[in-house]
Design a protein around this ligand. Structure first.
Ligand code: ZN
Length: 253
C-alpha cells in the first residue's frame, strides 16, 4: 500500500491510500481532485475516512458516495455526511481491499469529537496535530487538546504523521519565536523550505521529529515554559497552562 497526497483547495491534503486497483481517501473536502486522481490512475474507491466534520474535510463525501457506495468511517458524535460506520476510541477500521486496518483514537479539542486513525505505522490526525503546530480550539478546551496531543505523542517515534493541511513553514516561523535556540528547528526549516520550493509536501513528518520541534508537544521544556511566561507576563509551569498560553500566542502571531 502506498499513501499519496491529493491536493484540495489552497492547502488541504486528501491522503489517498492505494494499491494497484483500489484506493481509500482520508478527509475528502472536495470530490473533484479525488475523482480526477482515481480516474487517471484507474483506481476503484473502496472507503472514506473522516477525522472531523469541517467542510474542507467532508465536503466531497456526498458526491463520492453518490457515484459509488463505499463505507464512510467517521466520528460517532459529529455530523459527517453519508456516515455508515460511526467510530470512536477503541474501534477498528478494516479496509480489506488494501489489507490494512486502523485503530481509532478520540482526540477532541479542534472539534468536540475529532478522531485519529492509526495503523501501518501511519497516523491520520486531521486538524489536531500539524507539522510543527496544532489545530485551533474551535469546540474544545485547552485541557482536552493537550490531552489529545499527549495521546498522539505517546505513539512510537517512527510513526509517520499525515496532517490535513500544508501549514509547516508558517508553523516553523512561530516555533522559532517560542524556541529561538532549538537547533533542530533550523534544520527542519531548511529541509522543508527546499521541499516547498520543489513543489513537494513537507508531509509526512514523524512523531519523533514533532517531539523535537513542535512547541505544542514540548510544554514541559524549560525554554517553552519561559517563552509562555514572557507572553503571559506571569509565571506558570503547569503544562496545560503553558499549552493554552502558546496556543493563544499563535492565534495572534
Ligand atoms: Zn478542521
Amino acid at each position: 500500500m502506498e499513501i499519496v497526497p491529493v491536493n484540495a483547495f489552497k492547502d488541504n491534503y486528501v491522503w489517498t491510500l492505494r494499491n494497484s486497483s483500489d484506493a481509500a481517501v482520508v478527509d475528502p473536502g472536495d470530490a473533484r481532485p479525488v475523482l480526477d486522481y482515481l480516474s487517471r490512475e484507474k483506481l476503484r474507491l473502496c472507503a472514506i475516512l473522516a477525522t472531523h466534520h469541517h467542510p474542507d474535510h467532508t465536503g466531497g463525501i456526498a458526491e463520492l458516495v453518490a457515484r459509488q457506495r463505499v463505507p464512510v468511517f467517521g466520528p460517532r458524535n459529529e455530523p459527517i455526511p453519508a456516515l455508515t460506520h460511526p467510530v470512536s476510541e477503541g474501534d477498528r477500521v478494516e479496509i480489506p481491499e488494501l489489507g490494512v486496518s486502523f485503530s481509532v483514537l478520540d482526540i477532541p479539542g479542534h472539534t468536540r469529537a475529532h478522531v485519529a486513525f492509526y495503523g501501518a505505522g501511519a497516523l491520520f490526525c486531521g486538524d489536531t496535530l500539524f507539522a510543527c503546530g496544532c489545530g485551533r480550539l474551535f469546540e474544545g478546551t485547552a485541557d482536552q487538546m493537550f490531552t489529545s496531543l499527549s495521546k498522539l505523542a505517546a505513539l512510537p517515534d517512527e510513526t509517520r504523521v499525515y496532517c490535513g493541511h500544508e501549514y509547516t513553514l508558517a508553523n516553523i516561523g512561530f516555533a522559532k519565536a517560542v524556541e529561538p535556540d532549538n537547533r533542530s528547528l533550523g534544520e527542519r526549516e531548511a529541509r522543508d523550505r527546499k521541499a516547498r520550493d520543489a513543489g513537494r509536501p513537507t508531509l509526512p513528518s514523524t512523531l519523533g521529529e514533532e517531539k523535537a520541534t513542535n512547541p505544542f508537544l514540548r510544554c514541559r521544556e524549560p525554554a517553552v515554559i519561559e517563552s509562555a511566561n514572557k507572553y503571559l507576563g506571569s509565571r506558570v509551569a503547569d503544562p496545560v497552562r503553558v499549552f493554552a498560553a502558546i496556543r493563544d500566542w499563535k492565534n495572534r502571531f
